[in-house]
Design a protein around this ligand. Structure first.
Ligand code: FRU
Length: 447
């Protein structure tokens, strides 16, 4: 019914459109993945709601329906992005209620309401009435009306909320609020970096070990051959006392934006991103079949001994491994989708898929290149500077590749649209081994 590009390892909207992951948490024995969802249109023009998937193990998923839709004046033009926090045995959801006033407005400096709204749930299925926690007049006077995407956490008995914002002088920044009870909020501080975009979306402040990170999705960064190649970016700073340093992109591929992290049982920090982006010159042909976009695989974030941030697919996915596959150096073989392949890198290599999509490393730079008219639906070339690359691991789904390089130091994600359920893979300068993967169990009809 959905055609050949329906994914088997990635969460997609049952129908319609998906963008950012929202409200990620583990609660009541289950993982909860909410997401920006427009069930009524695949092109992103419909009303924004929160869709909801639940899973006991990150492998078996059930669609739990539309959790939140615009139904009060304060969120009438969209239940925008937000997060979950577990407090006093309840799931507390905080999101941005988007309001567009009618009239002659630019919707940057006037005409837009950005309300932080809270909803409580005892079980992730039933929700309390909505309560407005913050509105435009509660934000610092230097803010434009672009203030959104609350992410909450608790620290030393105090709750905190971070919001992304655009100032009146077009500076991207994050705002931090604190609260004792999730209900009365006090503005603490603004975080920003000179000359770093005009808007920061989807901020997330979290720690891995002793290192604190600020993840943001900034808009308006300068593009170069190896950096910030997409229309909008997404990455993290290392946050020190009053400092934000060494911005690094989460993903160098064509399709990645607005990630969010959460802490899983056992203390794992897991990141899920949107395997998509808006306002790009390339497209996704699934729209004509009634849906568009998916989330990334859940990625565990760790810090290596030398301080590098590593992203790797959560280990649960190893349970999907089926029959073994191998493509030895010099061979060209048809490999089934979905699959996982990895290999040791010795200096340089080139992998070609269906003769038109090339993954190339020359000892200095990794390059992902689609030939014109090939599998990329308008995607061209993405580069990632790497002085060393010891290994590559690729997780290929029916219409996406996630490429993990050098132990997860760099990642590139892209959609691709092959003709069938297998691709011809030609390996030069590298041998790959791996597995055919079984699909996740996803019940999109839910209950
Ligand atoms: C990021 C974003 C968020 C916003 C949401 C609306 O992709 O623009 O800032 O809350 O999408 O869908």
């Amino acid at each position: 019914m959905f055609g050949k590009w329906r994914q088997k390892l990635h969460l997609e909207p049952p129908v319609g459109w998906l963008n950012d992951p929202n409200g990620l948490c583990f609660f009541g024995g289950k993982y909860h993945v909410f997401f920006q969802y427009s069930p009524d249109s695949a092109d992103g023009s419909g009303k924004k709601c929160w869709g909801h998937y639940e899973s006991p193990n990150l492998l078996k998923w059930q669609f739990a329906g539309t959790a939140l839709s615009p139904d009060i004046p304060e969120d009438r033009d969209g239940v925008y992005s937000g997060s979950a926090i577990i407090a006093d045995g309840k799931m507390e959801l905080f999101y941005t209620g988007n309001v567009k006033e009618s009239g002659n407005h630019d919707y940057i400096r006037s005409g837009r309401g950005a309300n932080v709204i809270r909803v409580s749930s005892p079980d992730g299925r039933n929700f309390s009435p909505k309560k407005v926690e913050l509105k435009n007049s509660d934000y610092p006077e230097y803010c434009s009306c672009h203030v959104r995407d609350p992410k909450l956490w608790e620290e030393n008995g105090q709750y905190y909320m971070i919001l992304g914002a655009r100032t009146l002088s077009d500076e991207g920044c994050a705002l931090i609020y604190s609260s004792k009870n999730l209900d009365e909020w006090r503005f603490e501080k603004k975080m920003s970096v000179p000359d770093f975009g005009y808007m920061w979306e989807c901020p997330d402040l979290f720690s891995v070990g002793r290192q604190r990170f600020l993840s943001i999705s900034p808009q308006g960064l300068k593009h170069s051959d190896t950096k910030h190649q997409n229309v909008y970016s997404s990455g993290y700073f290392r946050a020190g006392k009053g400092t934000l340093k060494h911005f690094e992109e989460w993903d160098y591929g064509f399709d990645f934006y607005a990630p969010q992290t959460f802490e899983a049982p056992g203390g794992r920090r897991i990141l899920i991103g949107w395997l998509g982006i808006v306002d790009s010159p390339y497209t996704n042909p699934t729209v004509s079949a009634g849906w568009q976009h998916c989330l990334t695989l859940p990625r565990e974030i760790t810090v290596s001994g030398d301080g590098a941030v590593l992203q790797n697919p959560v280990c649960e996915l190893e349970r999907l491994r089926g029959t073994e596959l191998a493509v030895l150096e010099g061979e060209c073989k048809h490999i089934p989708l979905p699959c996982e392949l990895s290999g040791k890198v010795d200096g340089s290599f080139e992998l070609t898929l269906d003769g038109t999509l090339t993954l190339f490393y020359d000892g200095k730079k990794f390059r992902l290149a689609f030939a014109e008219g090939g599998l990329g639906s308008g995607r061209t070339v993405r580069n990632c500077a790497m002085e060393a690359c010891r290994d590559i691991r690729v997780i290929a789904d029916m219409s996406s590749l996630e490429i993990y390089l050098d132990g997860g130091r760099k990642v590139l994600s892209t959609r691709f649209y092959p003709d069938g359920e297998a691709v011809a893979l030609h390996a030069r300068g590298i041998s790959l081994k791996g597995w055919r993967l079984n699909g996740m169990e996803v019940d999109i009809y839910g209950k």
